[in-house]
Every structure is written in structure tokens, then in C-alpha cells.
Unconditional design. Sequence first.
Length: 245
Amino acid sequence: MDTTSLWTVFFSEVTGTGILILLGVGVVANMNLPRSYGNGGGWIVIIFGWGLAVFAGVYAAASSGAHLNPAVTVGLLVSGADEYAPGVDVTLGSTLVYFAGELTGAFLGAVLAWAAYRAHYNDPEAAGTQLGTFSTGPAIKSTADNLVTEAIGTFVLVYIILRFGDTPSEIGPLAVALLVVGIGASLGGPTGYAINPARDLGPRLAHAVLPIRGKGDSNWGYAWVPIVGPIIGAVLAGAFSHVSL
């Protein structure tokens, strides 16, 4: 079997995750930033926007298996998979390349979303509200509960993705997109459903460094929750994938 170079993996994940975050952050910005045409569109538009962002990102990152999410990479690792994608062996080096590509793409995608909405981010009416378009935060701050919510949502995401491989047909990007919509509709309310450490950390870093007027702080005190929660969920999903049902 032909091998896929780690450079290909890296750039594939950067591209796919970048498109995912560009469209995902973009839909939240469109719904929430003052004076945007989409302002006030609501949660249903946001979760479908994120689902379509996943749909596009998966196609863009087909060369690397389109993880787009360190939790997916961790779930595959814990599941005992031999390959992350056809021609990409599971090794420490390949694992770190996936993580690097996912985080880099998430940061760049957020920067592009900011560029598209720059005037709206700098609008005085938006002052102090911009962080919510970049990264997640709890509706009710309760660290333990927020951690559990993120772990449960990510477990569902990663476990179902792992089970897709047991189905008799190629499910493809549409199924993953609809899965993300379903998780958002059912479990997204408490925390905004990061279910992806790179999806939250990359845009949060972008918020911290971008020149946005009146943006406030980046809420680093909460930032570990959408990293640790999804990793816990991914580990549990990878382990549970061994159970015969």
C-alpha cells in the first residue's frame, strides 16, 4: 500500500480544519455580531452552519482522513487502529502531526473569519461580545458540569465516527455533518459544544492576538474545559469501541 507523507497529512488537516473553523466561526459571527445581516438568526442556524462547516472540512481534508479534531485522533489511537488514514500509520510522530495541523488550521480559520467580519468586530456595539464568536463558554458556569457535558458530547461524536467503519456502506461526510448538528441540537446548550479541543483553542488564541477594538479578555480560566472534556470523551469512546454489542 502506498504511504501518505506526514507533510501531506499536515497540510490536509490545516486546510480541512481551517475551512471548518472559517465557516463555523463565520456563522456564529453572522448570527451574533451587531449590524450583520444574519444577526439574531438563532441557535438552529448556528448548529446547521457548523454541520455544513464539517461537511466542507471533511471533503477538504480527505487526503489525511479528515480528523479535523484532536479528539478524533485520540479516539482512533485508543481504539487500537493501525492507521489514521489509508497509508498513515499510527505512530507518535503522525499523532503529533495531526495535532499540529488541526490546531494550526483552527487558528488560521479563525483569523480568516475575523478578516471577513473585521468591520463588525471593530464596531463599538460589539465591544466585549466578540469572544463568543470565536470560542465556547458555559451558559451556567459550573466547572464539573461543563466538563461532563463536553465529555458526553465528544463521546457521542467519536464513538459514532468509530462505528461508521463497521457499517456496510461508505457513509461519508454528510453523516458526520448531521451527527454534529444532532449533538448541537441535543447537547449544545450548556457549553456551546466545543467537542473539539482545536476548535476552541485555535480561535481563542486568535481572539487573544488579533487587533479587535474593545474585545475584552479571552477567558483563559475556562479554556482548559473544552480541551480536557473532549479528550476524556474521546478516550472513553476509543475504549468503548472494543466492546462487542
